[in-house]
Design a protein around this ligand. Structure first.
Ligand code: ATP
Ligand code: MTE
Length: 178
């Protein structure tokens, strides 16, 4: 049996990190991944305040030390002064993948006009794909379901493990030769 694939699950929230409310973001990401992934995996969790240095440290740790081929963040993507998750993501990434944010905003716009306020993005940090989601717990499944069909092939391309999905939840697309 191969070891379960580590996947980074990062909640960025001032109040959840201070214990002022219970984090629903991290569990929301894990529930979505549990539904989508057929390959055995395990979460590597981080809960950090909206501080750029803390977010960057968590992302680097998950990518470089924990060896997560996928890191999903929630929160801190908006226009408020303390929202810095996209800046932290860009700082640690070697390549940006703007199509992720474009698609997630387009899908979210069907349910909420303020979807355009999210600056959520994605990029690669070495062999790790980092994907930002908004902080609203309801945004998590909506956004992750939209982009997940492209995630396994992206991870193939950056040298990560082959991820399989449950086709009932998500049909991953790989070009024929892949
Ligand atoms: N991790 C979370 N767990 C539960 N609810 C959350 C979480 N993050 C955000 N929310 C909810 O979504 C709303 C919008 O999220 P947003 O990231 O803008 O929060 P915020 O106002 O910046 O506060 P904070 O950083 O303290 O979570 C919050 O007001 C809260 O109701
Ligand atoms: N699917 C979805 N996307 C969404 C939202 C939402 O409720 N659902 N909220 C929007 C709002 S109100 C904001 S301010 C931005 C940024 O949220 P964040 O700072 O919590 O990441 O995400 C937007 N994207």
């Amino acid at each position: 049996m191969p070891a379960p694939v580590p996947i980074g699950v990062v909640t960025v929230s001032d109040r959840a990190s201070r214990g002022e409310y219970e984090d629903r973001g991290g569990p929301g990401i894990e529930a979505a991944l549990a539904r989508i992934l057929a390959t055995p995996w395990r979460p590597v969790r981080r809960l950090v305040p909206d501080e750029r240095a803390d977010i960057e440290a968590a992302l680097r740790d998950l990518a470089d030390l924990e060896g997560c081929p996928l890191v999903v963040t929630t929160g801190g993507t908006g226009p408020a002064q303390r929202d810095v998750t996209p800046e932290a993501t860009e700082a640690v990434c070697d390549r940006m993948l703007p199509g992720f944010g474009e698609l997630m905003r387009a899908v979210s716009l069907r349910s909420v006009p303020t979807a355009i306020l999210s600056r959520q993005t994605a990029g690669t940090c070495g062999r790790s794909l980092i994907v930002n989601l908004p902080g609203k717990p309801s945004a998590i499944a909506e956004c992750l379901d939209a982009v997940f069909p492209a995630i396994p092939y992206c991870i193939d391309l950056i040298g990560g493990p082959r991820l399989e999905t449950d086709p009932a939840a998500c049909v991953a697309f790989r070009p024929k030769a892949a």
